[in-house]
Design a protein around this ligand. Sequence first.
Ligand SMILES: [Zn+2]
Length: 107
Amino acid sequence: MEIINTIKKMVERREITGYKCDCCSKTQTSESLPEGWHHFNSHHQAWGEDSIDSFEHYDVCSVGCYLKTISKSIEENGYFFGFEVNGMKRKFAKKLVSAFNLDKNEE
Ligand SMILES: [Zn+2]
């Protein structure tokens, strides 16, 4: 026969309760990405198989924050081989940012 002992277990579960803009730090309570926000990532291929560790994920609240974050991403990692941000290679991403006059170091 089974010997039953009743115990209480604490279960920890991670759940999304909100989002914070990676550019301006604005926060919004929401279980999924808020309307009008955008999620994207950047990565490069300079580290061979370890390039998987180059992935950076961003959530931004506006087009302005999107462009500023892309500009910052290019500044920080654009020199790496195979750099891409939101699916754009470095040169195209720089032109996009330049088109909105946010890039002060235009080539
Ligand atoms: Zn923002």
